[in-house]
Ligand binder design. Structure first.
Ligand SMILES: Nc1ncnc2c1ncn2[C@@H]1O[C@H](COP(=O)(O)OP(=O)(O)O)[C@@H](O)[C@H]1O
Ligand SMILES: [Mg+2]
Length: 253
């Protein structure tokens, strides 16, 4: 099947050779992400989440197992897959608009078309008035939105987010996760996001994958069948609380 944006991980094993010996990071990880679905990955610190995302992005070759995108095996980084890390790695000497245009500079699009896309992305992010500011003038939440926008501007089929809100304070984090919901509803992508917040995972996702302590395995696959659009107020609902208990129980196992 060649569904755009369908990412499949099959029997992934990965180990690191460290001074203290071999560290088995991932063990038999398999799942399939449907086109335009939003999935969150939760698991204890050090269980292999970032390793898994790097493998899915084609940056690291797994020791065994494979990743395929739209039915073909992935063995190197692809433009169709965007990856965003915890700290927005913005270039401090470039303005906001120049930062967001960066990925387009290698595409062969005309300067005018690059500018048009960058302007509309800034608008979507609610950052238009900061187009000519430098990253140092942005709050943490704004910088992180910009980093997500920079990954989206390529129009990737899959977006991988590694604890994108990890460095933000709790209030900013809630606000930015609602923003991400809004952006995703307008720019549907297949998303896999690592988070350590169970509530954030449930608020955003169609599905939550729970990993075991290292070596990381998928121990639970929870379907989040809450209606959309969602907002922070939904976190008080009984269905939300029930799902939260289910994810927490899987993490404790
Ligand atoms: N480059 C590396 N070299 C050696 N060990 C590593 C490397 N990267 C990660 N690890 C180890 O692999 C395990 C999983 O790491 P990681 O994927 O970063 O976990 P998580 O993102 O879930 O916190 C950890 O024990 C970590 O110390
Ligand atoms: Mg990590």
């Amino acid at each position: 099947m060649t569904n755009n944006g369908s990412l499949v991980a099959s029997n992934i094993y990965h180990a690191y050779d460290a001074a203290a010996g071999r560290i088995q990071a991932l063990e038999n990880v398999s799942f399939s992400l449907g086109n335009e679905t939003f999935t969150c990955l939760v698991g204890p610190s050090g269980c292999g989440k970032s390793t898994l995302l790097r493998i899915l992005a084609g940056l690291v070759q797994p020791e065994s197992g494979s990743v395929s995108l739209n039915g073909s095996t992935l063995d190197s980084p692809r433009r169709k897959i965007g990856l965003v890390f915890q700290d927005a790695t913005l270039m401090p000497w470039r303005t906001v608009i120049q930062n967001i245009m960066l990925p387009l500079e290698f595409t062969g699009l005309s300067r005018q078309e690059q500018r048009r896309r960058a302007d509309s992305m800034l608008e979507l992010l609610g950052l238009s008035e900061f187009a000519n500011a430098y990253p140092s003038a942005l709050s943490g939440g704004m910088a992180q939105r910009l980093a997500i926008g920079r990954a989206l501007i390529y129009d990737p089929e899959v977006l991988l987010l590694d604890e994108p809100f990890g460095a933000l304070d709790a209030l900013t984090r809630e606000y930015v996760s609602e923003e991400l919901l809004r952006i995703w509803s307008q720019h549907k992508k297949t998303v896999l996001m690592v988070t350590h917040s169970i509530q954030e995972a449930i608020l955003l996702s169609d599905r939550v994958l729970v990993m075991s302590p290292r070596p990381g395995r998928i121990v639970k696959d929870v379907t989040i069948d809450l209606p959309r659009p969602r907002s922070l107020d939904d976190m008080l609902g009984t269905d939300f609380v029930r799902l939260e208990a289910q994810v927490r129980a899987a993490l404790r196992r």
